[in-house]
Write a protein that binds this ligand. Structure first.
Ligand SMILES: [Ca+2]
Ligand SMILES: [Ca+2]
Length: 358
């Protein structure tokens, strides 16, 4: 469980140094002084790096939503990066958001990344990335960093990602600044924040990367990016989608929509992790067309097909805020937030935006 940059010479794991547990050993590698790796020297060195192997497990993830950092050292998380200027990534998960490590390595890199691999799978829906030092030479991403997870050994972009605050994509991203990336729950044994490094020396910096599985709604404002699975699921037979930059949003550029001339129930839904016994306020903004009869729109929270709390609505002349308060029953760790309507058989639509859970 270690990310090795093996562009080195004479890579060996000498059996002399394999420890009695059979899992702890030392990796020996050299870099040619003529290649820039040994400035001020003219000889190869004997360089050992400790290597600890942990057998992997394919067992399903078991954690429930909490505020715990799943990348804390006790989790067995192994920090990974493109490069490490100091040679140690211990700063990534020491719980301290000051300090700085960089992947400055005199290479014009196509990508920089900071993250973790674990010997077992975890449920994850939030990454808090804190930058390190920033200068004109580097320390920031050009454009927006993205979250990728390991799927069957390959890195795959996570869908429906949101970042808060917005990432500027230049040096104004700032030093020791935390950006929270949220997305629908994924189950994985590897995660990283990746992007194009900026600055005249092409590198990024980091002070901390925290990984969590929390009670949260993903892409409540329909502004998310990422090519993977969407946050919202549609149920029913109506036409539906996302308006992008059409001026119909409650806030931002985008909103969800459902429209039909038919009949029957149609809704957007999302499964949301929750903590039993906790009381949540769940909100949405919905604009319903003139054709929607009173009481035929419904916004709420359910477990399976059982409503925990809901509120009906009809036609409106603009966005209306709907909110329900729900206390999660014992033993329930996931609820479904939904908003939709029973269609009257004439052209009817709703626009949806800014779902929240607090
Ligand atoms: Ca740290
Ligand atoms: Ca929006």
């Amino acid at each position: 469980m270690v990310d090795l940059e093996v562009r080195r010479l004479g890579v060996t794991i000498p059996s002399k140094f394999v420890q009695p547990d059979g899992k702890t050993m030392y990796l020996q590698a050299n870099v040619c002084p003529c290649g820039g790796g040994g400035i001020g020297t003219s000889v190869y060195n004997f360089n050992l790096r400790k290597l600890v192997l942990t057998p992997g497990s394919d067992a399903p993830a078991t954690e429930l939503p909490s505020d715990a950092n799943l990348a804390a050292p006790a989790s067995g998380a192994v920090a990974i990066s493109k490069s490490s200027q100091s040679g140690s990534l211990a700063l990534l998960n020491d719980g301290v958001t000051t300090g700085s490590e960089t992947d400055s390595d005199d290479e014009v890199k196509g990508a920089s990344w900071w993250g973790y691999e674990w010997p077992a799978k975890h449920r994850i829906n939030r990454v808090e990335f804190t930058s390190g030092a920033v200068s004109a030479q580097g320390g920031y991403f050009t454009g927006r960093p993205r979250v990728q997870v390991k799927v069957d050994g390959s890195w795959v972009e996570v869908g429906a990602q949101s970042v808060s605050p917005a990432y500027p994509g230049d040096a104004s991203a700032g030093a020791n600044t935390t950006y929270t990336l949220t997305f629908p729950t994924v189950e994985t044994d590897g995660i990283r924040v990746i992007g194009l490094p900026g600055g005249t020396r092409s590198f990024t910096s980091v002070a901390e990367v925290a990984v969590r599985y929390v009670a949260q709604l993903a892409d409540g404002g329909f502004e998310a990016f990422g090519s993977g699975k969407p946050a919202w699921i549609f149920e029913g037979t109506a036409a539906n989608g996302v308006d992008r930059g059409l001026g119909f949003a409650h806030s931002g550029a985008n909103n969800g929509w459902i429209r039909t001339s038919g009949t029957g129930w149609s809704a957007l839904t999302q499964k949301v992790p929750v903590v039993p016994g906790t009381t949540y306020k769940v909100g949405s903004w919905i604009n319903a067309s003139a054709g929607l009869p009173d009481g035929q729109g419904r916004f709420g929270v359910r477990v399976g097909s059982q409503d925990l709390a809901s509120k009906t609505f009809g036609a409106s002349t603009g966005y209306v805020h709907h909110e329900v308060t729900v206390t999660i029953p014992a033993g329930v760790h996931e609820v479904t937030v939904y908003a939709g309507f029973n269609a009257p058989g004439t052209d009817t639509w709703i626009q949806l935006d800014d779902f929240t859970i607090d």
